[in-house]
Write a protein that binds this ligand. Structure first.
Ligand code: GDP
Length: 428
């Protein structure tokens, strides 16, 4: 069997939740490996419609063990709320495990996230203000508190008092904000710890054991490649790597264990928050896509910026992820378009760029160079067979495959689990 990593190919919100929900049917383990509750997967299935921010979308299948890996940062209140919501809908959460190495989001992370965004004012990064960036920063600064610390109250108290002493200095001296009380935070998190204790354990060994047995494992990414702290549109990026390679570090596997890396791409592009997006359409076509596809953030409700498919960025994403396959979503949104554009290169001053620039100052000035393809009139959401898709839709996909040098193995033509066309089996 296989280890398959599912990652966002663009700027996030590509529909990873749906693809993972679908592939999880054949998996034994689904492990989330990066981000925090700034990610929001929407899953529509027979239990209802769910917005999962932390719990892997595989939770709906009774045979699947779900893991929140060491590469994720966890807000315990959000996690407990998700566990409650799922339980209230009859979904069993006893197969959920949380890595003892995963770092926790503390109240000072959330407050500092908001204060830092306000301080940046016009230069704000457009974070979700959920404390994700500050929690990852503390992980690297060796000031973090980990889920496993909650299992031993003395260890937890020591870690918290060291971190809080420092954070209170920043809050009071730099921001003239009120300090947090150690006792109140300690009590609150001890209470979370008691509720989370059954879920917290060493998890990389569970994944390793499954891989050794040949069980199918899904590594669930969050956000998208163009938000990677190294390769994305820095500084308008997220604070942990959304790339397939991060699936190894964030779950505890070696690189040779990943058999397939599947990049989820929308048939067009969308982006939420600040930062360059060369193909953004600030006209009625962009508005039409946003309204037809309900492009409003699952976590914040913010309207997403929409535009034509950017194949320069897409090709780059295939390269930095090492993708073996593409899952193309939202193809249904283009039904009724008489023509569709794809950005194949950028114009920068007098130059034509065919590769994705590393400098946002350059990317901001890039003008898309488009190729125009014939569209199709008919709705395609009801189609289940690749050959039944309109010729123009197949032609569009074939052109994307050429431009990205990667095959499309799954096509999604609606939000529902059944609205899918499988071109190639991904677990083999
Ligand atoms: P994720 O974070 O990558 O899982 O993406 P989100 O859940 O934030 O956003 C994807 C949205 O698109 C959700 O509302 C999905 O239900 C929906 N969706 C997923 N695939 C398709 C598709 O093929 N067509 C349409 N119309 N909607 C889709």
């Amino acid at each position: 069997m296989a280890v398959v990593a599912i990652v966002g190919g663009q700027w996030g919100d590509e529909g990873k939740g749906k693809i993972i929900d679908l592939l999880a049917e054949k998996a034994k383990i689904v492990a989330r490996f990066s981000g925090g509750d700034n990610a929001g997967h929407t899953v529509v299935n027979p239990y209802g419609e769910f917005r999962l921010h932390l719990i892997p979308s595989g939770i709906f299948y009774p045979q699947v063990t779900c893991i929140i890996g060491n590469g994720v940062v966890i807000n315990p209140a959000v996690l407990l709320q998700e566990v409650d919501d799922l339980s209230n809908h009859g979904v069993d959460t006893n197969r959920l495990f949380v890595s003892d190495r995963a770092h926790l989001i503390m109240p000072y992370h959330t407050l500092l996230d908001a204060l830092e965004e306000e301080r940046r004012s016009k230069g704000a990064l457009g974070t979700t203000r959920r404390g994700i960036g500050p929690a990852f920063a503390d992980k690297v600064a060796r000031l973090g508190v980990r889920a496993g610390d909650l299992l031993d109250k003395d260890t937890f108290r020591n870690r918290l008092s060291v971190a809080l002493e420092f954070k209170n200095i920043i809050l009071t001296k730099a921001y003239q904000a009120s300090p947090f009380s150690l006792e109140e935070m300690y009590d609150q998190y001890c209470h979370y710890g008691e509720q989370l204790a059954p879920f917290i354990r060493e998890t990389s060994s569970m994944i390793h054991e499954a891989v050794t047995k040949g069980d199918p494992v899904l590594l669930e990414g969050a956000q998208g490649a163009l938000l990677d702290p190294d390769f994305g549109t820095y500084p308008y990026v997220t604070s942990s790597s959304p790339l397939a390679a991060a699936g190894c570090v964030g779950a505890g596997l070696g690189p040779k264990e990943i058999d397939r890396a599947v990049g989820v791409f929308k048939a067009y592009n969308s982006r939420v928050g600040a930062g360059p997006m060369p193909t953004e359409l600030k006209d009625e076509i962009g508005n039409f896509i946003r309204e037809k596809a309900h492009e409003y953030g699952a976590t914040t409700g913010r309207p997403r910026r929409c535009g034509w498919f950017d194949a320069v960025a897409g090709r780059f994403s295939v390269q930095i992820n090492g993708l073996s396959d593409i899952a193309l979503t939202h193809l249904d949104i283009y039904g009724g378009f008489s023509s569709i554009k794809i950005c194949t290169a950028y114009k920068f001053d007098d130059e034509v760029l065919t590769s994705f620039p590393s400098d946002v100052a350059i990317l901001e000035k890039c003008q898309p160079i488009y190729e125009e393809l014939e569209g199709w009139e008919e709705p395609i959401s009801g189609i289940r067979n690749f050959d039944k898709l309109p010729a123009a839709a197949r032609n569009y996909m074939s052109r994307l495959e050429d431009l990205l040098s990667c095959p499309i193995s799954l096509v999604s033509i609606g939000p529902d689990r059944r609205q899918i066309i499988s071109v190639k089996e991904l677990f083999s």
